[in-house]
Design a binder for this molecule. Structure first.
Ligand code: CAA
Length: 387
């Protein structure tokens, strides 16, 4: 029995900042952002979009196509949690009317949280092949206006349905994991923005990639040339590009060219959305699937990294007819619908979203009809509504 990704939903908020505008405002050469860091735009979440509402929006995309009664597990990976105790997944379960029998919880290990969820879901479906599992990654990357990490912010969510006999990507047996207790990126309780040692974080990411990729190939008895594409966690596309350069070093021209072209396809969405932490690797996968024609059984390597730090490499094989489960037009419309903010508008929206609205104040959203949003708190209970 094959188990893997059967459906993919994606959501990003309806506002963005252009990196050339940001570079001018910060007195930087635009090429530093566009080429040196590899980002063109970044999505901006206003006060009405949080991890929960984005997760609902990503998941509702495929909900009409699946049997809700078969969903036995719902996992929410995030590091932008909205409550110190209650799981973000319970709000999602309620909004989307999932069955009460569903087992549901939130997981955290920086950007690794969604991959942890995928692995738990895969094992669950192996044991319960008639049931399915929803895994959501949803985050707002916040370093702060004018901070060193500002250009690597973003917001969005990806939701996966994990099922037996999947229609998009079958996950292969085996994985290689590597962890170490370090401080490259963290967000202490009470802080709305993250602390990061960007250069150190990049070095650890590359070390973990080298280690897990090597171990995985050894485990499977595979070569780099066996992979059609490698998809990476992409805090900013240059970080993945550096890993991809390590992967293709010393390879034959045909392998090098293929992995480089497919890296560009996989980085396309991340380049315009920015970092979405837990969901970033899965946005790369979606970008690859929607911007490249793949063949059945093509092997896709996936490298997940969460600061702190945890790395894992695994792979999947493309399922025949995968294109029919995707909606490229809808995903590209999602990006195209975003309103371009001036830097001054972005600063105001960003800083306002760091504040909790006063209890009892009802927020309204400028999203399109059908999308969910955070409407404020009543008696300190978070309210989610649909436009
Ligand atoms: N034209 C082209 N390239 C230029 C340029 C120009 N005019 N000017 C500079 N560059 C290049 C530099 O040469 C450099 O390239 P290399 O990296 O290849 O050397 C690149 O642009 C960046 O330049 P700097 O290193 O000088 O930039 P900086 O000091 O502003 O730092 C950064 C950049 C490290 C990315 C910083 O923005 C940062 O710390 N961002 C956050 C990093 C991050 O996301 N870390 C976490 C990763 S993991 C994760 O996502 C966390 C998790 O688990 C939640």
């Amino acid at each position: 029995m094959r188990v893997g990704i059967d459906q993919i939903g994606f959501y990003t908020p309806n506002k963005y900042v252009d990196m050339v505008d940001l570079a001018h405002a910060r007195q930087e050469d635009p090429d530093k952002y566009l080429i040196g860091i590899g980002q063109s735009q970044m999505s901006v979440a206003d006060q009405t979009q949080d991890a929960v509402s984005m997760g609902i929006n990503a998941t509702q995309f495929y909900l009409k196509r699946i049997e809700r009664q078969r969903v036995g597990l719902l996992i929410f990976g995030t590091e932008s949690g909205v409550d110190q105790s209650k799981s973000a997944s319970l709000f999602v379960k309620s909004a989307l009317k999932l069955p009460p029998e569903v087992r549901t919880f939130e997981v955290k290990e920086a950007c690794f949280g969604m991959t942890a969820g995928v692995m738990i879901a895969r094992d669950y479906v192996r044991l319960h092949p008639h049931q399915t599992a929803i895994v959501i990654g949803s985050d707002i990357a916040r370093y702060g206006v004018g901070s060193g990490g500002e250009v690597t912010q973003g917001a969005g969510s990806v939701s996966l349905l994990i099922a037996a006999e999947p229609r998009i990507l079958a996950i292969n047996e085996g994985h290689s994991a590597f962890s170490q207790d370090i401080n490259d990126f963290w967000r202490p309780n009470g802080m709305a923005t993250a602390l990061v040692d960007g250069k150190y974080s990049t070095q650890v990411y590359l070390d973990f990639f080298t280690q897990t990729f090597k171990q995985y190939k050894k485990l499977k008895g595979w070569q780099t040339s066996d992979f059609t594409a490698l998809a990476y966690h992409l805090p900013f596309t240059k970080m993945g590009l550096k890993a991809n350069r390590l992967a293709v070093a010393g390879q034959a021209e045909v392998t090098k060219t293929r992995l480089e072209k497919n890296f560009t396809a996989a980085a396309q969405y991340g380049r315009t959305v920015g970092n979405i932490y837990t969901a970033s690797l899965y946005l790369s996968l979606l970008s690859l699937l929607e911007n490249k024609k793949l063949q059945p059984d093509n092997k896709i390597g996936l490298f997940s990294y969460g600061s702190g730090a945890m790395g894992e490499f695994y792979s999947g094989q493309v399922v025949s007819g995968y294109e029919r489960q995707l909606d490229v037009v809808q995903d590209q419309k999602m990006l195209a619908r975003r309103q371009r903010l001036t830097v001054a508008q972005y600063e105001q929206v960003f800083n306002n979203a760091l504040l909790d609205p006063s209890d009892g104040l009802e927020l309204t959203s400028d999203e399109q009809v059908g999308y969910w949003y955070f409407a404020g708190t009543k008696g300190q209970v978070r309210q989610y509504r649909q436009v």
